[in-house]
Design a protein around this ligand. Structure first.
Ligand SMILES: [Mn+2]
Length: 360
């Protein structure tokens, strides 16, 4: 059996545009803590090796603080660590991959051509390749595992089944032909689940921490356990802040509706809540006042449809007025039709005034 910790897309030292310099610096510090968490996880899960599938850094430069922290944590890690530089942190002269004094257990792939390292103690081969510019052609083309070891792993930054991609486009046919035991990918920021092509299993774990509302939900790493039955993947969330979006139909009591929709653990996370459905006019500021302390950061978006007095124009000397007058007289003579007649009035007014037709 072999246990692998597979992570990708930490994007350490991101600029965090849109935040104040202090907030951005604090978010970068949070990213660095995830590296400590990764190594803690490797030890507690007794992993045999770590595969980092690119975009460890957000660019081909990094803060010295970050390099120091990586070296400190990689040094205390008792197992081999393989890094396949990605399109953001491509390997280039002057990049931290080339200049820093990495500990001996760290192997960084430096060429776009696949290279292979043997780990005889684990009966395992680890192959990989590097982006050396921000773009790359397919790295897996014509590769086939040589089967001289029980396990043959590969770590690459790239994307599957997007033939026109400039980021190491990989086909399922190439994966099947590779005959690898497990292909550890990175680049796509949403976790893939464990996939299979031919006899080869593959996956990408997604990014290690969301950086915007296009990267919502828990983020983490894969613990890959390979025994004679084949690989199993367990997604382990890391503790970084999450971005979450939520839709709440506000009804008559917006605050209660929002409170009822909230999960318990919102305190450390960044939420955007869309308020929907028919509603009297909302006071977003007072809702924000009451709610904001429950979140690291909160945004409220009013997407409600204003409730209006549909009968306000009844009796006016125009088509709308005459129509409403007819309907209200019909209700007066037969109160049982009130609900359906009111709905008819709402829908007809929406059409006449060229508004979106409200949900009924
Ligand atoms: Mn990438």
């Amino acid at each position: 059996m072999i246990k692998i910790l597979h992570a990708a897309d930490f994007h350490l030292d991101s600029a965090f545009h849109g935040l104040t310099p202090e907030q951005a610096s604090s978010r970068r510090q949070e990213q660095r803590h995830l590296v400590e968490e990764l190594i803690d996880l490797c030890q507690s899960q007794k992993c045999d090796l770590i595969l980092l599938a690119g975009d460890l850094f957000d660019s081909d430069r990094a803060y010295t603080d970050t390099i120091d922290l990586l070296i400190r944590n990689f040094s205390r890690c008792p197992v081999p660590i393989f890094i396949a530089p990605g399109n953001h942190d491509f390997y280039t002269p002057g990049s931290p991959y080339q200049t820093a004094a990495w500990p001996e257990n760290v192997h960084i792939f430096t060429s776009p051509h696949v290279q292979t390292i043997a780990l005889p103690a684990l009966d395992c081969l680890v192959s990989g390749a590097a982006f050396t510019t921000p773009r790359s052609q397919s790295m897996l083309e014509n590769f086939s595992a040589d089967k001289s070891a029980k396990y043959h792993l590969m770590v690459l930054h790239g994307e599957v089944d997007i033939p026109a991609s400039s980021y190491n486009p990989i086909t399922k046919e190439q994966i099947a032909a590779s005959n690898l035991t497990y292909l550890a990918l990175g680049h796509i920021h949403q976790a893939s689940g464990l996939k299979k092509a031919g006899k080869t299993y593959y996956a990408w774990p997604g990014c290690s921490m969301g950086r915007g509302f296009d990267e919502t939900g828990p983020k983490g790493v894969y613990l890959i356990t390979i025994d004679d039955a084949g690989p199993q993947a367990q997604f382990i969330p890391l503790s970084g802040r999450r971005y979450e979006t939520l839709q709440v139909r506000v009804g008559d009591d917006p605050l209660s509706a929002i409170m009822a929709a909230l999960p318990a653990d919102t305190q450390d996370h960044i939420y955007r809540i869309f308020l929907t459905g028919p509603s009297p006019s909302l006071d977003l500021n007072s809702l924000y006042e009451v709610l904001s302390s429950r979140f690291f950061s909160l945004q409220l978006r009013d997407q409600t449809i204003p409730i209006r007095d549909v009968w306000a124009h009844a009796g006016e000397d125009n088509l709308k007025g005459l129509f409403l007058q007819e309907l209200s007289q019909a209700i007066a003579s037969d109160p049982k039709i009130r609900d359906i007649a009111t709905l008819a009035a709402q829908l007809t007014l929406a059409i006449m005034e060229h508004r979106e037709v409200p949900e009924s």
